[in-house]
Design a protein. Structure first.
Length: 117
């Protein structure tokens, strides 16, 4: 499975960005996809996840109500709509995929998000 993330950039606080993660290859093995982020000097942290079949979603408390994860099965793509961005959202964002929630054995390259104050 290959994951291609895109959509990062520079935005002012309060602005929005939409990240995309396109999956290819043996996608039949994927049942869950997630987004993680890693800020400079910090550990990677969970952001959001979605089940591939049922669309069940789950968010970190820090982004709940501001970020929305969704999927387009026809395009094998997962999105992360990020609204009301804050400087503390600045990080490299990574998409991930795996057979079950929490077992993400496929990772895309990071896409950089910078939120200026």
């Amino acid at each position: 499975v290959q994951l291609q993330a895109s959509g990062g950039g520079l935005v002012q606080a309060g602005g929005s960005l939409r990240l995309s993660c396109a999956a290819s290859g043996s996608i039949f093995s994927i049942n869950d996809m997630g987004w993680f982020r890693q800020a400079p000097g910090k550990e990677r942290e969970f952001v959001a996840r979605i089940s591939w079949s049922g669309g069940t979603t789950y968010y970190a408390d820090s982004v709940k109500g501001r970020f929305t994860i969704s999927r387009d099965n026809a395009k094998n793509t997962v999105y992360l709509q990020m609204n009301s961005l804050k400087p503390e959202d600045t990080a490299d964002y990574y998409c991930s995929a795996g057979p079950i929630h929490g077992l993400y054995n496929y990772w895309g390259q990071g896409t950089e998000v910078t939120v200026s104050s």
